[in-house]
Design a protein around this ligand. Structure first.
Ligand code: ATP
Length: 298
C-alpha cells in the first residue's frame, strides 16, 4: 500500500508553477527523500499534502485520504507527524507548554522517549530558542503521538552533527518499525545515507524517481588515473568517460561503463596508480542541475 499517492499535482502562483504535474507514490514503510535546491517546489508539495494550500489541479492521497476532502484529511492527520520548514510556535510559551498544547490535540505517548534523544530546554520560552533547539522541539512534536507517517521539511536544518546523526538513526529505526518517512532535503549526504528512494524536483517538475542504489549506480564511478607521463587525451578518453579533467599526467573522470572494461583499457597505458571511488549523489545532481547543484553539506 502507498502511504502517499500524488497524481499530476499542480500549484501555480501567477506565472510560477511551483509544482507542475508532479506524480509519484511514497510506499508504506520506506524512507523517501524529496530533493531539490532552494525554490524547486519541495515545500509546496508538502504544504499541499497537508491541506495547508489548495492544488490548482491534480490531487493526492495521504494515508488513503484525498487531500481535497478537508474533513477527512483533518482526521487522517491525527496519524501524521509534520515538521514544517519554518517552525511557527507560539513564541511566548515555554517548550513544555508547546508540547502540552500538541499533546491535548493528538496525544504524546512517546514524549519522554523522544526527549531523551532530542533535548530542547523545556522550561525556556520558545522566543529564546536557538535554531537547533527549535528544530528539536519540532521533532518531538512531530513524533510524540507515534504517527504512521511523518512528513518532514528539512528535518535536520540547524541541528549539530551529533543531533543530525541521532535524527538519521531515529528515522531509520522508525522505518524498521514499519513507519513511513517522507522528507525533503537539499543535503545530499544525508539523503544518500538514509533514504530508500528519492524523488528529484527541479523547477516544479519531478525529474527523477528511483531507488537510491540504482540512481548511484547509473551515476558512474569517480576515477583518478596517474600515468607515468602525460598522454594524448584523444587516445586515452573513451565514450564512457565524462567530466574528464587532465592535469599533467593525472586524469580524473567519471566512468559510466563496466569496471572490467575500464581495466582492460588502462592496461594499454603505463599506469602508475588508479583510484576508483564510489559514486556520490553530488555528481548525479550536477547532471540534473549543472551549476545550480545544492550544497554538499549545510
Ligand atoms: N505563496 C507564494 N506565492 C508566490 N510564489 C510562491 C509562494 N510559495 C512558493 N512560491 C514559489 O514557488 C516556487 C517553489 O517554492 P518552494 O518553497 O516550494 O520551494 P522549495 O523547494 O521548498 O525551496 P526551499 O528549499 O528554499 O525551501 C518558488 O519559485 C517560490 O518562489
Amino acid at each position: 500500500m502507498s502511504a502517499i499517492e500524488i497524481a499530476d499535482l499542480t500549484k501555480r502562483y501567477g506565472e510560477v508553477a511551483a509544482n507542475d504535474g508532479v506524480t509519484f507514490d511514497v510506499e508504506a514503510g520506506e524512507i523517501f527523500g524529496y530533493l531539490g535546491p532552494n525554490g524547486a517546489g519541495k515545500t509546496t508539495t508538502i504544504r499541499l499534502l497537508l491541506g495547508l494550500i489548495k492544488p490548482t489541479s491534480g490531487t493526492a492521497t495521504v494515508l488513503g485520504t484525498d487531500i481535497r476532502d478537508r474533513r477527512a484529511l483533518t482526521e487522517a492527520k491525527a496519524n501524521v507527524g509534520y515538521l514544517p520548514d519554518t517552525l511557527g510556535f507560539e513564541e511566548r510559551l515555554t517548550g513544555r507548554q508547546v508540547l502540552d498544547y500538541f499533546a491535548r490535540m493528538r496525544g504524546d505517548r512517546r514524549r519522554e522517549e523522544l526527549l531523551e534523544l532530542f533535548t530542547p530546554p523545556l522550561d525556556q520560552r520558545v522566543e529564546t530558542y536557538s535554531a537547533g533547539n527549535r528544530r528539536m522541539l519540532g521533532i518531538v512534536q512531530a513524533f510524540m503521538h507515534d504517527p504512521d507517517l511523518a512528513i518532514l521539511d528539512e528535518p535536520t536544518a540547524g541541528l549539530d552533527p551529533l543531533k543530525q546523526d541521532r535524527m538519521h538513526a531515529f528515522i531509520e529505526a522508525e522505518r524498521d518499525a514499519g513507519k513511513t518517512i517522507f522528507f525533503s532535503s537539499h543535503v545530499l549526504s544525508e539523503v544518500q545515507r538514509v533514504c530508500d528512494r528519492v524523488g528529484i524536483i527541479r523547477e516544479g517538475k519531478l525529474v527523477a524517481l528511483e531507488h537510491i542504489d540504482d540512481l548511484l549506480e547509473r551515476g558512474g564511478k569517480h576515477v583518478r588515473v596517474q600515468l607515468a607521463e602525460a598522454v594524448d587525451e584523444e587516445r586515452f578518453v573513451t565514450a564512457e568517460m565524462i567530466d574528464v579533467e587532465t592535469v599533467g599526467s593525472t586524469v580524473r573522470f567519471t566512468y559510466t561503463g563496466e569496471s572490467a572494461a575500464l581495466l582492460e583499457h588502462l592496461v594499454r597505458f603505463e599506469v602508475e596508480d588508479v583510484d576508483i571511488g564510489d559514486p556520490q549523489l553530488d555528481d548525479i545532481f550536477k547532471h540534473y542541475y549543472g551549476d545550480d547543484s545544492p550544497a554538499r553539506e549545510e
